[in-house]
Design a protein around this ligand. Structure first.
Ligand code: NI
Length: 225
């Protein structure tokens, strides 16, 4: 019996050691090993952070941070970066203006969620990021975002800038290979991102989230300030 208890203790110590090692390896930028260790242990019992899990949200693996720095061109033709949005809550979607159905539906849902939020919506900026910068020039993008919401910001850029921003948000996009090049479609992932005032993604919502779900997720974040 004593041997068995010793054996069990050894296993527990080994497991904790392995967790500590994992915490050391995968701790976030500027995060202490202890914090990362606590976060890893907490990760086994539920989602991290003080914000209650949001209905319709995609669980992000612990330690994964989406968002961060970018340099793009807005629909007025100005160069903008994440610093221009610092201190604001964003509801962000990646797509393209020539998208026949999915993008307009998603942007319509985001706009409806903004209406549903009421006065609180003033603290939120809807952002549409083009993954088709070849065709989505600022002037065209400007007309498009205005169709959905008066404060919606359109972002585009060089293909390198767009690729880099998409990488930071883990957005997949690819031009569909067809022969008639002028009228191509884009394949792209279709998640909705709620970005905090620090430029980091707080919640990722599934494609085709209803306006009430998007509004609920925003309210959930804004309440926890
Ligand atoms: Ni689309």
């Amino acid at each position: 019996m004593l041997r068995f208890i010793r054996f069990l203790s050894a296993i527990v110590i080994l497991c904790l050691g392995a967790l500590w090692g994992a915490a050391w390896l995968w701790r976030g930028e500027g995060e202490s090993v202890t914090d990362a260790f606590v976060r890893r242990i907490a990760g086994f019992s539920g989602p991290e952070g003080s914000v209650a899990p949001t209905a319709g949200a995609v669980a992000m693996p612990p330690g994964v941070t989406l968002g961060g720095p970018f340099t793009m061109t807005d629909s007025k033709g100005r160069t903008v970066s994440e610093k221009d949005f610092a201190g604001r809550w964003l509801v962000m979607y990646f797509g393209y203006t020539f998208c026949p159905d999915v993008c307009p539906t998603e942007l319509g849902n985001i706009a409806a969620a903004m209406d549903e939020l009421g006065p609180v919506a003033e603290r939120v900026t809807p952002v549409f990021v083009s993954i088709d910068p070849e065709r989505d020039k600022p002037a065209h993008l400007s007309d498009y975002v205005d169709l959905f919401h008066p404060r919606m910001v359109g972002l585009t850029g060089s293909i390198e800038q767009v690729t880099e921003m998409a990488r930071r948000y883990r957005v997949f996009f690819r031009k569909e290979t067809r022969t008639d090049a002028a009228d191509y479609l884009m394949d792209h992932s279709s998640f909705i991102y709620i970005v905090g005032p620090d430029g980091k993604v707080r919640t990722v919502l599934k494609p085709q989230s209803a306006p009430a779900t998007i509004a609920g997720a925003l309210r959930n974040q804004l309440r926890n300030l």
